[in-house]
Design a protein around this ligand. Structure first.
Ligand SMILES: C[S@@+](CC[C@H](N)C(=O)[O-])C[C@H]1O[C@@H](n2cnc3c(N)ncnc32)[C@H](O)[C@@H]1O
Length: 250
């Protein structure tokens, strides 16, 4: 299923996340031993460093990254956007239980056509969602569009690992144990079989950094987390040159 493209991929992904939404958090915690929250915290800190204003989290799911963004210094609120009503309502519920509903709002929307004007956020993040996009470049360019010049775009994603002993161990884990956990906990083996396949079909970290650069982001870099299975990419939207209507290139 990971080889699906375009509208077929979008349909498959939407149905799958709708099915597993209720067990999504529990599965993330079990699969990563709770580390996913630490990675999201790191992403939020790196993304917001030195910036002030509002932050956006794209394909926010149950909202963890949006909550981390909202807690960062200088950030006066966060918006989480997701395609699925099931995820948005779980995120809103979590916001109320964390007493963060006044700082984080959740809205329905498609990452390929974000429902926000140009230059409206200090920064934008996307966690573990790029692999699921039917058009990766479109989703990335939408993040760049809604971030103001001088702002930052970051993504946290599972990317194919460099060949070696660690990648072999990870493969045994994700292809052997994760689908079993998915069947037992989420009652959905197919969804958790799709997960490792979607990583295999995704571009590697260096290629993803190239896509950031192709979109005009500057200072593009990435850091590997989670024994090399996860990468955090970031880049800045160039500031406008004085008297110019287009972003500076230098
Ligand atoms: C793997 S989850 C990641 C959720 C969250 N960002 C996290 O890190 O836990 C992928 C999310 O992407 C959402 N999604 C998939 N396609 C989308 C799209 N085209 N626009 C917005 N959200 C989308 C799904 O509903 C799901 O919540």
């Amino acid at each position: 299923m990971a080889e699906l493209k375009g509208p077929d991929k979008q349909r498959y992904v939407s149905e799958m996340f709708a099915r597993i939404s209720g067990r999504y958090d529990l599965m993330n915690t079990l699969m990563t031993g709770g580390l996913h929250l630490r990675w999201k915290e790191k992403t939020a800190q790196l993304t917001t460093g030195g910036l002030t204003g509002k932050a956006l989290d794209v394909a926010t799911g149950t909202g963890d990254l949006a909550f981390s963004l909202a807690r960062c210094p200088g950030i006066d609120g966060a918006v989480g956007v997701d395609l699925l009503p099931q995820m948005v309502s779980l995120a809103r519920e979590k916001g109320r239980s964390k007493d963060l509903a006044h700082k984080v709002t959740f809205v329905l929307g498609d990452a390929h056509a974000l429902p926000f004007p140009n230059d409206s956020f200090a920064c934008a993040t996307a966690g573990f969602s790029l692999r699921n996009m039917s058009n990766l470049d479109q989703a990335l360019s939408e993040m760049v569009r809604v971030v103001r010049p001088g702002g930052r775009v970051s993504t946290l994603e599972l990317t194919p690992m460099r060949p070696g002993r660690l990648s072999t161990l990870m493969r045994i884990y994700t292809q052997g144990l994760v689908p079993i956990l998915g069947r037992l906990i989420a009652r959905d083996r197919a969804a958790y079989t799709y997960l490792p396949q979607s990583v295999d079909h995704f571009i590697d970290a260096g290629t993803l950094a190239g896509r950031f650069q192709d979109l005009g982001l500057t200072g593009v870099s990435y850091r590997r987390l989670g024994f090399g299975a996860v990468t955090l990419h970031w880049g800045e939207k160039p500031k406008m040159e004085l008297g110019s209507t287009s972003p500076a290139t230098g």
